[in-house]
Design a protein around this ligand. Structure first.
Ligand code: HPA
Length: 266
């Protein structure tokens, strides 16, 4: 039995066999939504081989249940490339989703904005990304399936649904390009200027490996950033992980409204 099939058996024994319609991965400071799902919570520690999300501000458990009447599988935290240097660390959680019969994935993250018109506390929907970290979670994958096309990697239908939900909620949801830096150090002002020239609208340390893995596994995927700061050098504020965690709730409330409205529309 594959590792993901073993995990799926554990999850289904506790939470039932109905397939989740959406997987949700919650980013830094956004783990609170996992508390609002009516369902079964499974600590990552109960899932053998599951990557340990060791960053403060995450909520390391999988919750299977319903949100706005839709069956969801919510990952309260993720593991980042900068924790172990392995960009494929989220492969098992995503394989588990697939094994559970889930077909769609929504990723969330905290990010720094490169655009004055997308200020702190606002949201940005990813239209595309730049894998500037240079790593790829499919390096070493031995089959031709590794040659994953990345055109429309950010699912157009999910994005349209999210934009409509945001509009109905009166929440601004501009689309933009997310540039993935490895972290864990924040970017320099020169790197931020370079990212802007490359066509990025926001920067962050996650999400891109998961988008690549999702496409590899045949999951439809989209991602929303909660802007917690302006990129380095673009404002006078200090950039820190503490600041990210403190600012994430500002945008998280908007994100939750958009997400709930979107789920209701399905
Ligand atoms: N850079 C990278 N990651 C981030 C930032 C940032 O400015 N803010 C929140 N996550």
């Amino acid at each position: 039995m594959s590792k993901s099939a073993e995990l799926a058996a554990i999850v289904q024994a506790r939470a039932g066999t109905e397939a989740p319609r959406f997987g949700l991965i919650l980013g830094s400071g956004l783990g609170h939504l996992a508390e609002e799902i009516e369902g079964v919570a499974i600590p990552y520690a109960d899932l053998p081989g599951f990557p340990h999300a060791g960053v403060s501000g995450h909520n390391p458990k999988l919750v299977i249940g319903t949100l706005e009447g839709v069956r969801v599988a919510v990952f309260g935290g993720r593991v980042h490339y900068y924790e172990h240097g392995n960009p494929a660390e989220m492969r098992l959680p995503l394989e588990l989703l697939k094994e559970l019969g889930c077909e769609s994935l929504l990723l969330t993250n905290a990010a720094g904005s490169l655009r004055p018109d997308i200020p702190m506390g606002d949201l940005m929907l990813l239209s595309d990304h730049i894998a500037f970290a240079g790593a790829n979670p499919l390096i070493g994958e031995p089959t031709d399936a590794r040659f994953v096309p990345m055109t429309d990697a950010h699912d157009t239908e999910i994005r349209a649904g999210l934009r409509a939900a945001a509009e109905a909620e009166g929440v601004a949801l501009p689309e933009g390009v997310y540039c993935w830096f490895s972290g864990p150090s924040f970017e320099t002002p020169a790197e931020i200027r370079a990212a802007r020239i490359l066509g990025a609208d926001a920067v962050g340390m996650s999400t891109v490996p998961e988008i690549i893995l999702a496409r590899f596994l045949g999951l439809r995927a989209a991602a929303v950033s909660v802007i917690t700061n302006m990129g380095a050098g673009l404002s006078a504020e200090n950039i820190s992980h503490e600041h990210t965690k403190a600012m994430a709730p500002l945008g998280a409330a908007k994100l939750e409204r958009v997400l709930r409205r979107y789920l209701r529309s399905l």
